[in-house]
Write a protein of this length. Structure first.
Length: 932
C-alpha cells in the first residue's frame, strides 16, 4: 500500500470512526474505482483481507458495478469471493468528500433468507445459471473481461490454463503482462481505437504465457456502452489457434527456403525492407543476379540502412521513396549505380491495416535508356540492347504489331526476323487475356508515363500455356509516341509451385486424399444442397484398430507406407463418382455420401471396407493385419450441421470400439444418453479431485504365521454428493480414458504419505502401504522424480511406500523401465506386480527388472479347493516367484479352504475379505492397533 492510500485510509478512520463499528460492510473507492478503504465487516462478507484488496479495482469484488461515481444508487448485485464464488448482496452508494477530493462510499449487505427471500431466490438462481454458463463456456472457449481502462476484472479457467497464470495474478492488472512483443504498437492502437468507438474488434493476437511460451488466439472483443455511449466494460471471446499458426509458420518457413532459392536465381533483383526497433528502414533480403552484379546482395545489405552502404545522394533518393512506400503508397524511381541504370519499383505489404514491410523489384534498364537515346540518332543501333537483355523484349508499333524482338523473345515464341512482323500481341493470348493486355497497351500508347505490371496467361505459337510478368514502356522519340516497349519475365515455374502448394493445402501429402479442410468444406456445401433439395446424406468416420501398435513397433516409415495402402483400399471400397474419401489425420478417415439414393448405401460401403481390410497388407517384408471401427451418421436424423453430423459419427465410432471393434455402428439417440452420463461423471470426478470428495480406504495384508497386519493396500473410494457411493470399476476406467488417472494417482500417493506422517507423529508403528500406479503415469519420465519429492517433503523412508504396477506397464521401453526401477529402488521402495497372471506375463521381464514381488490375482485364488486348473496355475506362480526370490502375496482370500491351500504352498502373506474388507482409515487403525 503506497503512502497516498495509507493517508486517505487514516483520514477515513479519523473522520468516520463509525465505519469500523457498523454491522454492514463499508468500501471506499476513488474516482478510478480503486479500493482505498474496507472495514472489518466487509472483510468478513468478501472473505478477503484488507491488505489483499487495497489498491485493486472494485471489479475484483463486485464485477458488474460500473458507472457508479457521482451516482447514488441502491441495487442488488453479485459479489465475488475466493475461487471466483458468486454470492448475492445489496449495495448502496453515496458520495464522500475528503480534502476537496471526491470518493464513493459503498455500503454492502449480504442478502440472507430472513431478510429478503425473494431476492435471495432470484440471485441464487442467477448465480446457478451463471455457474452453469461459466462451466459450459470454460469447457468450450476462452473468456475475459476488462474495465474501460483495460484492467482485467474476470478470466475463466480456460484463460488461466492457456496463460499459465492464476486468476488472482491476472485480475486487477492490465494485458501488458501478456504482451509478447510480437505486434507493433500500431496494431494495439488500432484495436483500442475500434473498441472505444463501440465497434467490435476481431483479429489474431500472440501472447506470452507465464512460463515464457508464446500462444496465439483468435480474438473477438465486444465493447459494452453506458448511457453516455461510452464503453464501461470489454468482453473478449477467444479461441486457441496456436497449433494452426505453428503449422502455418512451418509451411511458410518451408516456402521461404524455396522462395530464397528462386530469388537468388532471378535475372533481375528483388529486396525486402522493414523498420527495426529504432524505427530505421533496413534491408531484410536482397537477392537476384542483378543484385550480385551491383554488389547489393543480402550479405552486403542485411540489417543496414541505405545510408550505411550507398553514396549520400543515392541513399537520400532511396530513403525518400522507401518512406513513401511505408506510408502505404507505391513508389518507383530510377537510379544510376555501379554503371547500371536501374528501375526500382517498391510496393507496401499491408497486414491488419499496417504496413509491415516493403518489397522492391529492380530491373536493369540500362539498355532501354541507351536505345532511347540512340533512336534519336539512328534507330538501327538499338539491336545490340536486345541481344543482351536477359528477359524477353518486344517492340510494338502503336497498332500492336511486332516490329522487333530480341533473341530471347524469338526463341520463346519460335519466331524469326522474317516472320515476327506477321504477328500482334493478340496472337499470343486467349480472347479474354487479349482484352486485358490490350487495355494496358492502349494506356502505354497514350503516353502515360506510368509503368504497368500485369500477370497474364500467354499461349505460345506451339500451344504451350505460360505465365509472364510484363512491363510496358511507351517509346517516345522527339516527343512523339512511336510504339510500346515490352519487357517480360517467364514465371511459369513459380506458378506451378503455387498451384502445387494450393493443392497440398487441401490434400493429405502422405495419401493424396483430400484433407480435413477440404472434406469439411464439401460437407457444408452438400448440406446446403441437401436442405434445398430435401434429400439425405451421410457421414462415415473410420478409425483403424491397433494402428498405434504397428506404428510404435515397426516405426513411422512402415506406418506411413501402411497408411498409403489403407487409403488405396478405402478408395477401392467406395464409388468415387458418388462418394468422397478423406484423411482427417493420424489413422482417422472419413467418407462423405453427399446424396443418398439408398439408406443402406453407407452400410454397404462399411461392410465392403471391412472385407477389404480383412486381407493382409504387405509393407516391405512385413505381413500386417488391421481392422477398423466405423461410425455412421445421417442427415437429418443425426443432425443438421456439419459439426453435429461429424460429432454423431464420432459417437457411433466410439460405440463400435466399445462393442469389440472391427464393426460399424449407426448413430442413434440412445448413444447420446450413455455418453452424457459419462460426460457428467467425468466432470464430477474432476470436481471431486478439487473438492477432496475422494477418500482412501485400506485393506490389511496379514502374515498368517503371526496373525499380525504387516501391510496394507490403499484403495480409492468416491462418495458422490448426489449419486452416493460409486464403485471404482465405474470411475477408474473413466479416469484412465480421460487422463484423470494421473492426478488421481498423485492424490493417492500424497494421501498415503500424509497418513504415514500422521501415524509417525502419533507414535503408531509404521507398516508399508501399497499404492496402485497406472501404466500411463509409470511410463512418464518424471515419475521417479515425483515420488522422490513426496518422500522428501514428508521426510519418509521409501520402505514404507510400496508401488503396485500391472504387467503391461513393463512390456514397453525396457531401457527406460530399468532406469525408473533403479531410481525407485535407490529410494528403498518395493515394486510389486499387481493382478499377476491377468496380463502379458513374461519371465524375461520378471528376471530382468528384479521386481520385489507379485500379487496373485483373486481370479486364481477363489475356489482353489475345487478348481484344479486354478490350483495348478497358482502353485506354478508361487514356485516361480520363490525361485526368483520374490515375495508372494495372495489377493482375494475369502474362505478357510483357500487359506489352507495357500499355507500348504508356503504362501503366508495374504489379503482378502477373510481377514478384512477395505475400510476407512480410523476403522483400520482400531483393527491394526489390536495386533501391534
Amino acid at each position: 500500500m503506497d503512502n497516498q492510500l495509507e493517508n486517505v485510509r487514516n483520514k477515513v478512520d479519523t473522520l468516520y470512526p463509525l465505519f469500523r463499528m457498523l454491522s454492514d460492510g463499508i468500501l471506499v473507492v476513488d474516482q478510478l474505482g480503486i479500493i482505498i478503504y474496507m472495514n472489518t465487516k466487509a472483510e468478513m462478507i468478501f472473505r478477503k483481507k484488507i491488505e489483499d484488496v487495497i489498491g485493486k479495482a472494485i471489479s475484483l469484488l463486485i464485477p458488474n458495478l460500473t458507472s457508479f461515481f457521482g451516482n447514488e444508487m441502491e441495487q442488488n448485485m453479485l459479489g465475488v469471493r475466493e475461487n471466483q464464488q458468486l454470492f448475492p448482496l445489496f449495495i448502496q452508494t453515496q458520495t464522500l468528500t475528503i480534502e476537496d477530493e471526491k470518493y464513493t462510499v459503498i455500503l454492502v449487505k449480504e442478502l440472507i433468507e430472513a431478510e429478503n427471500n425473494q431476492k435471495v431466490d432470484l440471485l441464487e438462481g442467477m448465480a446457478n445459471t451463471l455457474e452453469n454458463i461459466k462451466f459450459s463456456v470454460d469447457e468450450i472457449t476462452i473468456i475475459d473481461v476488462a474495465d474501460a481502462n483495460g484492467i482485467i476484472s474476470f478470466v475463466n479457467q480456460r484463460f488461466c490454463s492457456l496463460s499459465k497464470y492464476q486468476s488472482e495474478e491476472l485480475i486487477g492488472n492490465s494485458y501488458q503482462m501478456l504482451n509478447s512483443g510480437y505486434h507493433e504498437k500500431a496494431y494495439f492502437q488500432d484495436l483500442w481505437e475500434t473498441i472505444r468507438k463501440g465497434e467490435i474488434w476481431k483479429g489474431e493476437i500472440c501472447n506470452r504465457a507465464k512460463d515464457g511460451t508464446l500462444y496465439w488466439e483468435e480474438t473477438t472483443i465486444f465493447p459494452f456502452m453506458d448511457a453516455d455511449n461510452k464503453p464501461y466494460q470489454y468482453v473478449a471471446v477467444r479461441m486457441d489457434i496456436t497449433e494452426r499458426v505453428l503449422m502455418e509458420q512451418h509451411l511458410q518457413s518451408k516456402m521461404q527456403i524455396d522462395f530464397v532459392t528462386t530469388m537468388m536465381n532471378l535475372q533481375n533483383g528483388i529486396f525486402k525492407m522493414e523498420k527495426n526497433a529504432k524505427g530505421n528502414i533496413v534491408y531484410t533480403m536482397s537477392e537476384g543476379k542483378l543484385m550480385a552484379d551491383i554488389a547489393a546482395t543480402s550479405d552486403v545489405l542485411l540489417n543496414h540502412t541505405p545510408k550505411d552502404v550507398f553514396p549520400k545522394e543515392i541513399a537520400e533518393l532511396k530513403q525518400i521513396h522507401y518512406e513513401e512506400a511505408f506510408k502505404g503508397n507505391r513508389a518507383n524511381y530510377e537510379v544510376e549505380l555501379n554503371g547500371k541504370h536501374l528501375y526500382v519499383d517498391v510496393i507496401p505489404i499491408v497486414k491488419n491495416n499496417v504496413v509491415t514491410e516493403i518489397v522492391g523489384t529492380v530491373h536493369d534498364i540500362s539498355e532501354l535508356r541507351s536505345i532511347q537515346q540512340k533512336l534519336k540518332i539512328n534507330q538501327q543501333h538499338y539491336q545490340s540492347l536486345f541481344d543482351h537483355s536477359p528477359d524477353y523484349v518486344i517492340i510494338y508499333n502503336k497498332l500492336g504489331q511486332i516490329i522487333d524482338m530480341n533473341p530471347k523473345a524469338m526463341e520463346l515464341f519460335e519466331l524469326t526476323k522474317e516472320t515476327m512482323g506477321y504477328y500482334t500481341y493478340a496472337d499470343f493470348n486467349t480472347e479474354e487475356n487479349t482484352k486485358i493486355y490490350g487495355s494496358y497497351f492502349e494506356m502505354a500508347v497514350q503516353g502515360n508515363p506510368q509503368n504497368f505490371e500485369i500477370e497474364l496467361i500467354n499461349q505460345s505459337v506451339i500451344g504451350q500455356d505460360r505465365f509472364f510478368t510484363i512491363i510496358f514502356f511507351p517509346i517516345i522519340i522527339d516527343e512523339e509516341i512511336k510504339g510500346v516497349y515490352s519487357v517480360g519475365k517467364d514465371i511459369s515455374e513459380q506458378k506451378r509451385i503455387q498451384e502445387t502448394n494450393a493443392y497440398l493445402a487441401h490434400h493429405d501429402e502422405l495419401t493424396d486424399l483430400p484433407n480435413r479442410r477440404w472434406i469439411e468444406q464439401k460437407l457444408n456445401e452438400s448440406l446446403q444442397e441437401a436442405k434445398q433439395k430435401n434429400h439425405h446424406l451421410a457421414v462415415m468416420f473410420i478409425d483403424l484398430d491397433r494402428f498405434k501398435y504397428i506404428n510404435d513397433t515397426l516405426g513411422h516409415l512402415i506406418g506411413d507406407r501402411f497408411l498409403e495402402q489403407i487409403a488405396l483400399r478405402l478408395l477401392k471400397s467406395i464409388d468415387k463418382e458418388k462418394q468422397y474419401a478423406a484423411r482427417l489425420g493420424g489413422d482417422e478417415f472419413m467418407v462423405l455420401f453427399p446424396k443418398l439414393e439408398d439408406q443402406k448405401e453407407p452400410v454397404t460401403i462399411a461392410r465392403k471396407l471391412l472385407e477389404n481390410l480383412a486381407n493382409p497388407i504387405y509393407v516391405e517384408q512385413y505381413e500386417l493385419f488391421v481392422s477398423a471401427s466405423i461410425g455412421i451418421s445421417t442427415f437429418p436424423a443425426g443432425g443438421t450441421t456439419a459439426v453435429d453430423l461429424m460429432k454423431k459419427a464420432d459417437i457411433a465410432l466410439y460405440h463400435a470400439k466399445e462393442q469389440g471393434r472391427n464393426m460399424y455402428q449407426i448413430y442413434s439417440r440412445s448413444m447420446d444418453k450413455r455418453d452424457y452420463h459419462s460426460f457428467l461423471l467425468e466432470r464430477d470426478l474432476r470436481k471431486a479431485l478439487l473438492k477432496d470428495e475422494l477418500v482412501v480406504h485400506l485393506q490389511p495384508r496379514v502374515n498368517t504365521k503371526t496373525g499380525r497386519i504387516v501391510g496394507a493396500e490403499a484403495l480409492v473410494r468416491w462418495m458422490h454428493p448426489q449419486l452416493g457411493l460409486i464403485a471404482p470399476c465405474e470411475f477408474i476406467p473413466l479416469a484412465e480414458e480421460s487422463g484423470l488417472i494421473i492426478p488421481l494417482g498423485k492424490w493417492m500417493k500424497r494421501k498415503v504419505c500424509e497418513l504415514l506422517d500422521n501415524w509417525r507423529n502419533r507414535g503408531i508403528p509404521l507398516i508399508p502401504i501399497g499404492v496402485n500406479i497406472s501404466s500411463q503415469r509409470f511410463l512418464q519420465k518424471d515419475f521417479s522424480k515425483e515420488v522422490r519429492s513426496l518422500l522428501e517433503e514428508y521426510q519418509l523412508d521409501g520402505k514404507w511406500l510400496e508401488l503396485e504396477i500391472t504387467e503391461n506397464s513393463i512390456m514397453k521401453n525396457e531401457e527406460y523401465i530399468l532406469e525408473t526401477l533403479r531410481e525407485l529402488k535407490a529410494l528403498g521402495i518395493k515394486i510389486y506386480i499387481d493382478d499377476f497372471g491377468t496380463g502379458y506375463s513374461s519371465f524375461h521381464y520378471l528376471k530382468t527388472f528384479k521386481l520385489d514381488g507379485i500379487k496373485i490375482d483373486q481370479s486364481f485364488v477363489q475356489n482353489l479347493s475345487c478348481q484344479s486348473e486354478n490350483a495348478e496355475i497358482t502353485i506354478a506362480m508361487i514356485k516361480m516367484a520363490k525361485h526368483l526370490k520374490m515375495d508372494v502375496i495372495a489377493e482375494g482370500v475369502e474362505t478357510e479352504e483357500e487359506l489352507a491351500f495357500l499355507l500348504e504352498q508356503n504362501c503366508f502373506h495374504v489379503q482378502g475379505y477373510l481377514f478384512g474388507k477395505p475400510c476407512a482409515i480410523d476403522e483400520f487403525e482400531k483393527c491394526y492397533l489390536t495386533t501391534v
